[in-house]
Design a protein around this ligand. Structure first.
Ligand SMILES: NC(=O)c1ccc[n+]([C@@H]2O[C@H](COP(=O)([O-])OP(=O)(O)OC[C@H]3O[C@@H](n4cnc5c(N)ncnc54)[C@H](OP(=O)(O)O)[C@@H]3O)[C@@H](O)[C@H]2O)c1
Length: 236
C-alpha cells in the first residue's frame, strides 16, 4: 500500500485523483480548506484521511505535516494539485490578489515539497506530480498572474527533478488544457463553444482523464520519466 498526499482534493481534479488512488488500494491524505466532501468519501474508503489545511498559510502546512507524521514516516507520492485562478486585466489586479494567487499556486507546492522530501530522500524513492496548466507554457490573456504562477511551477519541476534525481525521486508536471470543473464555471455558453472550437478533440477533458496520467506518473510504468512537463489538453 502506497501513501499519497493530494492537495486541493475536495472537488474537481483533486477529488478525481484522490478517488483513483483509493480505488487502487492506496492510502490517501487529502487536503483542502473545506473537507466535507472528503468525509463523505471516507464512508466508502477507510484508507482516506481528510486534512483541513489552508495552503496559503505556512503554519497550516506545518500542522498538516505534523498530523501526517503521526500516521506515516514517508510519503510515496505528493500531488500538488490545489490551485486558484483570477480572471482580469493585469493592471486591475491588487498586490493582495497577486500574492494570494502565488501563495496557493507556487509557494504552496514549495512548502509541501520541502516537508515531504526528507522522508522520500531517506527512503531513496518518491514521486512528485505538479498539476500545471497549458497557460504556463503559452500564456493566456487576462490570466497573466495565473500563467506566471504555472510557468514558475513548470520551471520548479524541471529544476527540482535534477536536484533530487540522485536520491531516486521523480518530479513531473502535467500542463492541463481545459478540464470540466468548477474552475471553468465562469464561462458563458458562447465562451465555452469558442474554447471547444480551439481544442483539437472538440471537448473539455474530464478530471478522470487527468487522474489517469497522474497514476501513470506515480507508477512503475514511468520509472525513467522525470523533469517532464507533459501537455494533456486534447490537442489545444
Ligand atoms: N479546470 C481546468 O480547466 C484546469 C486547467 C488547467 C489547470 N488546472 C489546474 O488543476 C488544479 C485543480 O483545478 P480544478 O479545476 O480541479 O479546481 P477547483 O475545482 O476549483 O478545485 C480546487 C481545489 O483546490 C483547493 N484549494 C483552493 N485554495 C486552497 C487553499 N488556500 N488551501 C487548500 N486548498 C485549496 C479547493 O478546496 P477548498 O476551496 O475547500 O480549499 C479545491 O479542492 C489547479 O491547480 C488548476 O490550476 C485546471
Amino acid at each position: 500500500m502506497r501513501e499519497i498526499l493530494v492537495t486541493g482534493a475536495s472537488r474537481g481534479i483533486g477529488f478525481a485523483i484522490t478517488t483513483t488512488f483509493l480505488e487502487n488500494g492506496d492510502r490517501v491524505y487529502a487536503c483542502a480548506r473545506d473537507v466535507q466532501s472528503l468525509y463523505e468519501l471516507k464512508e466508502k474508503y477507510s484508507l482516506l484521511d481528510p486534512i483541513s489545511c489552508d495552503l496559503k498559510d505556512p503554519s497550516s502546512v506545518e500542522k498538516m505535516f505534523i498530523r501526517i507524521g503521526e500516521m506515516t514516516h514517508q510519503l510515496d507520492a505528493v500531488i500538488n494539485n490545489a490551485g486558484i485562478s483570477k480572471i482580469g486585466l493585469l493592471q486591475d489586479m491588487s498586490v493582495e490578489e497577486w500574492d494570494e494567487l502565488m501563495a496557493v499556486n507556487l509557494r504552496a507546492p514549495f512548502l509541501v515539497i520541502r516537508k515531504a522530501l526528507p522522508g522520500m530522500i531517506r527512503a531513496g524513492k518518491g514521486c512528485i506530480v505538479n498539476i500545471s496548466s497549458m497557460w504556463g507554457t503559452y500564456g493566456a490573456s487576462c490570466e497573466s498572474a495565473y500563467s506566471a504562477s504555472k510557468g514558475g511551477l513548470n520551471a520548479l519541476t524541471r529544476a527540482l527533478a535534477k536536484e533530487v534525481a540522485p536520491s531516486g525521486i521523480r518530479v513531473n508536471a502535467i500542463t492541463l488544457g481545459a478540464i470540466e470543473t468548477s474552475m471553468n464555471a465562469f464561462l458563458s455558453p458562447e465562451e465555452r463553444a469558442d474554447l471547444e472550437n480551439e481544442i483539437g478533440m472538440g471537448r473539455l477533458g474530464s478530471p478522470r482523464e487527468a487522474a489517469d496520467l497522474v497514476m501513470y506518473l506515480c507508477s512503475d510504468q514511468s520509472t525513467y520519466m522525470t523533469g517532464a512537463v507533459i501537455p494533456l489538453d486534447g490537442g489545444f
